[in-house]
Design a protein around this ligand. Structure first.
Ligand code: SAM
Length: 359
């Protein structure tokens, strides 16, 4: 019997639309490098302070080469990051873009987001190889743009939400912190949230830990620069083995899903907390079902999850690989399996879910 295969009908308009959208995305991919370039060379900051500027003026003020700056400006203008006045040949950084591209403490600040994206993309050949075998690629194996970009990406969100929104959403925690509490910030990275909490709650003592040596070295510098070094101690240790017991509060910011054995870590947290203590888990915002996350935030996080979080977890013992879009139901399972009897979503922002777990 002969089987005659019917050709699949191609809708020419749909194909053209998809290709045109992809052209925009290629521009956006390259723009990620251009944003990091503009940030590192100070181009946005000078344009903000001295604009409108011609390419030669911007180059002179940033001690960079005019020919590169001119090309960079044109790419920025084509993407709507700067505006261009053909009559004067000068370029302006509009006020909203100035906030998003130069104000490090603004919740709208973007260069850190781009920096961690570029760092992830630069390391992606390792992930392509790992995907052939299922091997992991540890957080510590990445380049500096991942660590620094991560800190600069997450910090503005902590600044905007942690002290005034997330901690007050937890039952009784603010009072304890004000009176004097013992706090462990686990998987603390550069210690961005640890230092913020220590600065705010001067009667409390903080214990930051992370398995990544270089991150802890940076965290110590950050604490000392903020003048809280006397109340913050840091230790290089995996989350399943951090020291001390009797904690009033254990915090984990954007790291539980990166860990190989979050269930084992949850048991360790349970054993380290006071009976009326609290575990605060901050995770990327995600719905429980894939289809709930098929949106721009989900796209970015599934991207980071493929290139950073999933390989990081697979590189560790157990390798559960929750992924950055695990969702509330999956986190609840991990937490309750460790013996926590109370679990609730305490707060939420477009980028994060904040969970409260109690013994
Ligand atoms: C996305 S970063 C978040 C860092 C920090 N909490 C913050 O919010 O800036 C994830 C962190 O988890 C740490 N990490 C991953 N697995 C770990 C483990 N098993 N034990 C301790 N830290 C771990 C990484 O080294 C990294 O610093």
């Amino acid at each position: 019997m002969t089987i005659i295969e019917q050709p699949v009908a191609i809708d020419g308009d749909k194909l053209q639309k998809f290709v045109l959208r992809a052209v925009d995305e290629v521009g956006a991919t390259l723009n990620a490098a251009l944003v990091v370039m503009g940030d590192k060379l100070g181009l946005y900051r000078v344009l903000r302070d001295a604009g409108p500027l011609a390419p030669a003026d911007l180059a002179a003020r940033t001690r960079t080469a005019e020919r590169y700056v001119r090309e960079w400006l044109n790419a920025q203008a084509a993407g709507g990051y700067v505006s261009y006045d053909p009559d004067s040949g000068r370029y302006t950084l509009p006020p909203e873009q100035a906030v998003a591209l130069t104000e490090e403490d603004s919740p709208a600040y973007l260069p850190g987001f781009f920096q961690i994206a570029i760092g992830s993309v630069l390391d992606s050949p390792h992930i392509t190889d790992a995907a052939r075998t299922g091997a992991g690629f540890g957080w510590h194996q990445h380049g500096p743009d991942v660590f620094e970009g991560c800190e600069r990406f997450l910090h503005p969100g902590y600044l905007a939400n942690l002290i005034t929104g997330w901690l007050p959403s937890l039952d009784g925690v603010i009072g304890k912190l004000q009176r004097g509490a013992l706090v462990a910030d686990v998987g603390c990275g550069h210690g961005s949230a640890t230092v913020l909490m220590a600065t705010e709650f001067q009667n409390s003592n903080f214990f930051g830990s992370d398995y990544h040596n270089a991150s802890i070295a940076t965290a110590r510098e950050r604490a000392s620069r903020a003048g809280v070094g006397d109340r913050v101690q840091f230790e290089v240790t995996p989350a399943a083995g951090y020291g001390g017991t009797g904690y009033d509060l254990v915090t984990m910011f954007d790291c539980l899903h990166d860990m190989g054995d979050p269930a084992g870590v949850a048991r360790h947290v349970r054993g380290s907390l006071k009976e009326d203590g609290t575990w605060m888990i901050v995770e990327p915002n995600a719905g429980d079902r894939v289809e709930e996350n098929l949106n721009p935030v989900g796209r970015a996080y599934y991207g980071f999850s493929t290139l950073l979080c999933t390989p990081a977890s697979l590189a560790q013992n157990v390798g559960l690989a929750l992924g950055a879009q695990a969702g509330e139901a999956r986190i609840r399972q991990v937490v309750e399996a460790a013996g926590f009897t109370r679990f609730r979503r305490a707060a939420e922002t477009p980028f994060n879910l904040v969970f409260e777990a109690r013994p």
